[in-house]
Design a protein around this ligand. Sequence first.
Ligand SMILES: NC(=O)c1ccc[n+]([C@@H]2O[C@H](COP(=O)([O-])OP(=O)(O)OC[C@H]3O[C@@H](n4cnc5c(N)ncnc54)[C@H](OP(=O)(O)O)[C@@H]3O)[C@@H](O)[C@H]2O)c1
Length: 256
Amino acid sequence: MTDSISREDLFDVSDKVALITGASSGIGLHLCSMLLERGCRVIGISRTATKATDLGHLGGKYGNVFLPIDMDVSNPDSVNSAFDRIGKEFPCIDIVVNNAGTVTPKRATETSEKDWGLVVDTNLTGPFLVSRSAIPSMTRGGSIIQIASIGAFKAFVGLSAYSASKAGLVMLARTLALELGSQDIRVNVVSPGYVITPMNSEFLSGPQGEKVRKQIPLERFAEASDLDGAILFLASSASKYVTGACLHVDGGWGIV
Ligand SMILES: NC(=O)c1ccc[n+]([C@@H]2O[C@H](COP(=O)([O-])OP(=O)(O)OC[C@H]3O[C@@H](n4cnc5c(N)ncnc54)[C@H](OP(=O)(O)O)[C@@H]3O)[C@@H](O)[C@H]2O)c1
């Protein structure tokens, strides 16, 4: 039997070190802020993390440690040199959120190898490289959360590279869960439906978006904050016996 957790501590992440990729925009930017607010020390990763003005104020705002790091998650050299720097400031990492992602919506017949490579390298190879580099620092155990998408489970015209990369990410999570359980590192997936962010706000506010909205059982798109509960659950001891799982945060769209 493991220790039971008091009700107050169930979702506690204070003093944990969290590394979030895709921190300069949308969901990742929001998650940095949410975890800082709850007392985490946060490493925010993106290709432009140190330049992104929205990130600059976060550390000061919550009086907590925020470290922005420039890293291209799809480039092994960039990942390795960024982790050299991270290791000097944070020898131990507790939470990794592989959130950086990209999409080039095109039918498969119009998708070039370059388009395919960009999406798969960012959305699938990136989380592999980042997880592989972070795992040796997860010496207290911890939680890796892969941000997939409803596209990993449901087919959409124009999203072959994106959906294939996200489906691969789900299986990467399950394999890592199997390999890392003995180190008490849990690996899980959060699979959002549409979340209003710069990635898609134009599409969602147009007529096509309205058509999609009507199909969603909860009849609305998500805000980034709709992911908070799932992230806090999987990042904290509340989910201490959960690994290899996928939480669908999609307003029920996946069941339609
Ligand atoms: N929004 C949705 O409806 C939705 C739905 C399901 C799943 N998701 C997933 O949620 C995640 C975040 O999406 P979002 O909507 O917040 O997107 P977003 O606003 O476009 O932000 C994407 C983030 O990823 C970073 N990024 C892109 N390529 C990178 C690379 N090679 N290396 C490092 N960072 C990189 C970008 O920063 P830089 O440009 O500075 O590098 C940015 O911070 C993605 O994985 C996406 O697939 C989103």
